[in-house]
Design a protein around this ligand. Structure first.
Ligand SMILES: NC(=O)c1ccc[n+]([C@@H]2O[C@H](COP(=O)([O-])OP(=O)(O)OC[C@H]3O[C@@H](n4cnc5c(N)ncnc54)[C@H](O)[C@@H]3O)[C@@H](O)[C@H]2O)c1
Length: 428
């Protein structure tokens, strides 16, 4: 078993630390955010991810948290870079945290392998290797090991990954990193650094393309009387297509798809290639979020000013508290700009939304959000909303209008109860 330093204790870093400890490695997780580290040291977990707190608690003897560089690197043969790479204003990936972490690598003789899990543009690994060489750090070898976990099911995704991709340009290095994953139920693909970096972007861009494609089909279904849920079912039965990522809705969000699709477009552009398809994928997604406004207007009238609209779910997907690039934010801001009184509720993302949109009116339950509302939009399909007492909701709302942005509610039942129900890509 090996000693690992994990740099960045966020969604990817904490899950990596917990799962690597689970299969027997000793892990020290380092973060620049001291309050986060103090919370972790005290036994808390700063993010909501099902099973994560329990897994960390179960392996406290093999996981330590620190903001001290010396204790993070002492004895660590493997250094996993899990820092954030958010989009810049131009859409390129912001690599400042990667370079900051690199500047803080220990200058000693110890043989280490720096393993990048963060999503970084193709060519970043080559630049890092050049930088290590220029600094005379020949003792630090390099591997790319992109992460494919999904928030909300991250532990299961890590422990039973569809694949582990390890890219290295020096012989034997990819194999050493792959060896760490013994105990993880996944096939391993070893490759060069550039291909490993590209696999991550190409995978996310393909999944985003699937979502935008089915959303376009949904929009045509609405105009022609077909039902996109049945259409997707029929398409998914074709093995060449598969059933996954064919759920029509109000667009993809989150910390990965929007930024990675944009970054791939920029990577192509920076190399002189115009990746036309991705422009359409991005545009369709942006328009899809805004389609909800048209639906609300078709039920409430062209002027939304003064209406009260409840948003159920604010996280970008269920089972996470992550609101980065969530459709809820676009919707809330668009509606507020129209003079709507927007209220919202989410089972776990309330603190994050308050920090991002201080003027947003948060409630402490779904029923409270629905009280006196002229319409509600299901933005995130939390089970709590599917199980809601919709008969009681009907009594508490001022008007019985439900826009189901995820096709997750039982539309027939809601209609029977007396709601005006409209989903995505099917007859209202
Ligand atoms: N979140 C996901 O679902 C997911 C999935 C696959 C890949 N990724 C990629 O993994 C990377 C991390 O994503 P995340 O969602 O975990 O980010 P995050 O924002 O949740 O966590 C990043 C952490 O790194 C810390 N950090 C920043 N600079 C640091 C430094 N120099 N030294 C130590 N700590 C530092 C931050 O304080 C933060 O706690 C990104 O590149 C992302 O694209 C994310």
């Amino acid at each position: 078993m090996s000693r690992l330093a994990v740099i960045g204790a966020g969604y990817v870093g904490l899950v990596t630390a917990a799962c690597m400890a689970h299969i027997g490695h000793d892990v020290v997780a380092l973060d620049v955010n001291r309050s986060k580290v103090e919370l972790l040291q005290a036994g808390g977990v700063p993010i909501y991810e099902p099973g994560l707190a329990e897994l960390i608690a179960a392996h406290r003897d093999r996981i330590a948290f620190t903001s001290d560089l010396g204790s993070a690197y002492a004895g660590a043969k493997f250094v996993f870079l899990c820092v954030d790479t958010p989009p810049t204003y131009s859409g390129d990936a912001d690599l400042s945290r990667i370079w900051q972490a690199l500047d803080r690598l220990p200058v000693d003789e110890a043989s280490r392998i720096l393993v990048t899990k963060s999503t970084v543009p193709v060519g970043t690994g080559a630049a890092i290797q050049m930088e290590l060489k220029n600094r005379g750090l020949d003792n630090i070898h390099y591997a790319s090991n992109p992460e494919f976990l999904r928030e909300g099911s991250a532990i299961g995704d890590f422990m039973h990954a569809d694949r582990v991709v390890v890219g290295a340009d020096e012989p034997g290095i990819a194999e050493e990193v792959a060896e760490l994953y013994k105990g993880i139920d996944a096939p391993v693909l070893t490759t060069g650094v550039a291909s490993a970096e590209m696999i991550k972007y190409a995978s996310n861009a393909f999944l985003a393309t699937k979502i935008s494609f089915i959303n376009e089909i949904a929009n045509v279904c609405e105009m022609t009387g077909a039902d996109v849920s049945v259409v997707a079912q029929g398409m998914g039965m074709d093995k060449r297509i598969g059933p996954h990522f064919l759920q029509a809705g109000i667009g993809y969000g989150g910390s990965c798809f929007p930024k990675d699709v944009l970054a791939l477009k920029q990577i192509a552009g920076n190399s002189g290639y115009h990746f036309q398809l991705l422009n359409a994928v991005i545009e369709v997604n942006e328009l899809q979020k805004r389609k909800v406004i048209h639906k609300l207007k078709s039920h409430l009238g062209p002027e939304l000013r003064g209406f009260k609209i409840a948003l159920l779910g604010l996280a970008f997907k269920p089972n996470t508290d992550d609101i980065r690039q969530a459709s809820s934010i676009v919707l809330a801001e668009r509606l507020m700009a129209e003079g709507v009184k927007v209220v919202g509720y989410d089972p776990v993302a309330m603190d994050n939304i308050k920090a991002l949109l201080p003027s947003f009116c948060c409630t402490s339950s779904a029923m409270e959000a629905l009280d006196g509302a002229d319409a509600c939009v299901l933005v995130t399909e939390w089970q709590e909303f599917l199980d809601l007492d919709w008969a009681a909701a009907l009594d508490t709302m001022a008007r019985p209008v439900v826009i189901d942005g995820r096709n997750a509610l039982d539309g027939a039942r809601l209609t029977d109860l007396g709601f005006t129900y409209e989903g995505v890509g099917r007859k209202s």
